[in-house]
Ligand binder design. Sequence first.
Ligand SMILES: C[S@@+](CC[C@H](N)C(=O)[O-])C[C@H]1O[C@@H](n2cnc3c(N)ncnc32)[C@H](O)[C@@H]1O
Length: 271
Amino acid sequence: MIKNIWKNPKIEYIGDIAIIKPPFNYQDENELKKLANKTLEKNKYIKSVWLASSPVEGEFKIREYKYLAGEYRSETIYKEHGCSFKVDIRKVFITPRLSYEHLRIASLVKSGEIITNMFAGAGLFSIIIAKKSKPKLVHSIDINPDAYKYMVDNIEINKVNDVVIPYLGDSKKVIEEKLVNSSDRVLMPLPEKALEYIKYAILAINKKGFIHVYLHVNSKKDEDYLSLAESMVKEELNKYNITYKFINSKEVRPVGPRLYQVVVDVYIEKN
Ligand SMILES: C[S@@+](CC[C@H](N)C(=O)[O-])C[C@H]1O[C@@H](n2cnc3c(N)ncnc32)[C@H](O)[C@@H]1O
């Protein structure tokens, strides 16, 4: 008998890998193995089952996993919006929960734009933009050597070598050294660093353009967390010699109890 807690287990699918996400203090190995085997039986396309055993954390935004069932393999091909991404769930950040946001940003990109993606991971935003819109270039930066390696592979797999340029390093340094005044649009999909790095997003913008700032916002009851996100961004933008306008603010996804990932789209002009 599967215990109550597993009646509606949270399972995420990345390619042919299933990830079980229990409460992090849940330790019953036997129950977990039973659920993993049941997941394999029920979904013939799933080949490997892992337990997410820690939250996403650290500079590279990855988590700990424990092997549960099927093939002992954590690398897979994840498909989104007609693109294929080779990823190792133990080495790079990956979630299907950004899927809508990837497409939303791609739909905003106009033909000929030059884009800088400051926190690119395995290249999802960059490659989907390159495939769906007609950017001139997408500068795609990540500090995690494994994310960089997968991004390079994914650029090849999706045949966007002439558009997406991968960089390994701290986006702050890459922008200062190579991308000052280079871009029409900058993506900042790392809520923990977005405010600190706004200065470098502005540096990358060529006279005028758009910045997409991702934030985590704690919302107390009845609080307008979108206004709160805008005021956080405003406080930071006011430090620089620019004029700016908020274009749109929206929830990307809930990330915890009363905690939301929010994106603020800003248009800026350098004075
Ligand atoms: C939330 S993940 C990005 C997700 C990715 N954009 C996607 O759509 O799948 C954040 C990424 O930022 C990278 N990162 C963290 N600090 C960085 C920095 N200072 N410069 C560049 N990349 C950084 C991490 O290695 C991680 O891959």
